[in-house]
Design a protein around this ligand. Structure first.
Ligand code: ADP
Ligand code: MG
Ligand code: MG
Length: 210
């Protein structure tokens, strides 16, 4: 199955529901090493994406790229803090990569995921091992690239599995970017909230693609 504007919009709605369901968990993770707002930030942003899609319904933006761009601009305008601009940039770079394609196939999906990662790194300057969402995204993109010949559900499942492991790896890391870096060694032993939310969004996309 290829991904159309409609299926991408449905995947974003599914991601919004997952984020809403994990709002408290993300708040608790951010309370331990940040300012306890990541769940609130993400929930506000994804709820706003749903509202933006609802405002257009029953129509959907014409292309997958237009859906992604709507999501990106919504996140950038509605979510403050570090995560809004980072997620917004990821979605915007993915949107640019999708171009005017009416359907997203496996290879294009993988390119969009790679572009999203590059956008986050260009914006936030984090590298692997800094204990951020990048530690979920780097293995996710690598796994997606290895699965590029498969269908999009399999690619996204491989990416989500790798993102889960990558997010887990942040527990043993000393944060070097964002608010958690102020704690230094004291932040060790905690899962990074942005890495967790990244894994949740990828899992929601994978489930939606099945
Ligand atoms: P804030 O820290 O401004 O309150 P959030 O709590 O919403 O914003 O998001 C925090 C998450 O953002 C972190 O858990 C981390 O994954 C991510 N993050 C912060 N700074 C960076 C960065 N420079 N590069 C990549 N990710 C970052
Ligand atoms: Mg925070
Ligand atoms: Mg904050």
């Amino acid at each position: 199955m290829a991904c159309t504007a409609e299926t991408l919009a449905a995947a974003l709605r599914a991601a919004a529901a997952v984020i809403a369901g994990h709002r408290g968990e993300l708040i608790d993770l951010d309370r331990a090493i940040g300012d306890a707002d990541h769940g609130e930030n993400m929930d506000r942003g994804f709820a706003a994406i749903v509202s933006a899609l609802d405002a257009l319904a029953p129509k959907t933006p014409e292309t997958p790229a237009a859906v992604m761009k709507l999501a990106a601009t919504t996140l950038i305008s509605k979510v403050g803090g570090a995560a809004g601009p980072l997620y917004g940039t990821a979605f915007l770079r993915a949107s640019v990569k999708l171009g005017d394609a009416a359907e997203v196939d496996g290879p294009l999906l993988v390119e969009a995921l790679r572009a999203a990662l590059e956008g986050v790194q260009a914006r936030g300057k984090a590298v692997g091992g800094d204990a951020t969402m990048v530690d979920a995204l780097i293995p996710a993109v690598s796994a997606a690239e290895e699965a590029a010949g498969s269908d999009i559900a399999a690619i996204l499942t491989a990416a989500a599995d790798a993102a889960d492991k990558g997010a887990e790896s942040t527990v043993d890391l000393v944060p070097r970017k964002g608010r958690a870096s102020y704690l230094g060694e004291r932040a060790k032993g905690h899962l990074d909230p942005g890495a967790r939310s990244t894994a949740l969004v990828l899992r929601a996309f994978a489930e939606a693609a099945r």
